[in-house]
Design a protein around this ligand. Structure first.
Ligand code: UDP
Length: 317
């Protein structure tokens, strides 16, 4: 297939683009390079620099389906600047879908998020859990999920929303390179590398075994594999939703211990106030993805940390 990967210069998009090429697909990347890096686009993919709000040129290159990663994805920023999230994620995707309909491109895989569930009532979280996002980021992704359901029903789109839990790790030189880093594992690795003094643990008084938040970490290469499987899954008119995680929870302190073990370096920590909007425990049930897509995650937390560590050390400061 010939695939358009929006956001293919970013973290997850670049890994998926590389895996698609390896699987024998043709890849066109559409990215405005606002947070992505042109040199993260894998060799062999065509890069169109531009916005998802104006995707005509990229879609016009004989595209059969779209994998849509482009968007804004920081919870804290979404609280500070909600309008940015509604514009980029919701208006941007609306315009992309309109352009796809005009050009007869009728298949899409969308990057949704566990943040659509907010603070879930049941853990592990199934797809039947009510969506109740607690920040504009999660709300904007949920709005797109609803948009896709409507578009599928009305206009025979074949659509999949993949709800990611905590994505980590790197794959063959493709990985996380955020200018402003907010995520736990990359920050802990910066501390291990001596680039930061210490890690702030956001709250140690949660109702969890060691008081710190519990998350479900999934390796970006496993996550990416789910996209290749999801691409073929829906029939026209169907919108499928899948949670993607490993099904195991690790606390912030446990993650820091793994970083210490893998890197062999100390990681000094301090306890800081809770970060607003953080649910105490988020762990996925990926039973539906495993059953319907035949997807099984292969890599554990230590592999995520060591792959991210290897990539971080290979990049200039
Ligand atoms: N976290 C932390 N210190 C940091 C960054 C993150 O204690 O410097 C915690 C955060 O509160 C959450 C977990 O680590 O409980 C994972 O956060 P991250 O930002 O990596 O992903 P999120 O769960 O927000 O998607």
């Amino acid at each position: 297939m010939r695939l358009l990967v929006t956001g293919g210069a970013g973290y997850i998009g670049s890994v998926v683009a590389a895996q698609l090429l390896e699987a024998g697909h043709d890849v066109v990347v559409l990215d405005d390079l606002s947070t992505g890096h042109a040199d993260a686009v894998p060799a062999g993919a065509e890069l169109v620099v531009g916005s998802v709000a104006d995707p005509g040129e990229a879609l016009g290159r004989g595209v059969d389906a779209v994998l849509h990663f482009a968007g804004t994805s920081l919870v804290g920023e979404s609280v500070q600047r909600p309008e940015l999230y509604w514009h980029t994620n919701v208006v941007g995707t609306r315009l992309l879908l309109d352009a796809m309909r005009v050009r007869g491109v009728r298949r899409i895989v969308f990057s949704s998020t566990a943040a659509t569930y907010g603070v879930p009532q049941h853990v592990p979280v199934e797809e039947t859990e009510p969506a109740a996002p607690t920040n504009p980021y999660g709300a904007s992704k949920l709005a797109v999920d609803h948009m896709l359901s409507g578009e599928a029903a009305a206009y025979d789109l074949a659509a999949v929303s993949l709800r990611y839990f905590n994505v980590a790790g790197a794959w063959r030189g493709f990985g996380e390179r955020h200018a402003t880093e907010t995520h736990l594992i990359p920050i802990a690795l910066q501390v291990a590398a001596g680039r930061r003094e210490r890690l702030s643990i956001y709250g140690d008084d949660y109702p969890t075994p060691d008081g710190t938040c519990v998350r479900d970490y999934i390796h970006v290469a496993d996550l990416s594999q789910a996209h290749l499987l999801a691409l073929e899954a829906p029939q026209p008119g169907q919108h499928l939703v899948y949670n993607l995680g490993n099904g195991a929870g690790f606390s912030v302190r446990q993650v820091v211990d793994v970083v210490r073990e893998v890197t062999g370096h100390p990681v000094p920590v301090e306890v800081a106030p809770r970060r607003p909007g953080d649910p105490p425990v988020l762990v996925a049930s990926s039973r539906r993805a495993q059953h319907d897509l035949g997807w099984t995650p292969q890599r554990q937390l230590a592999a995520m940390v060591s792959d991210a560590w290897e990539l971080a050390r290979s990049l200039p400061d």
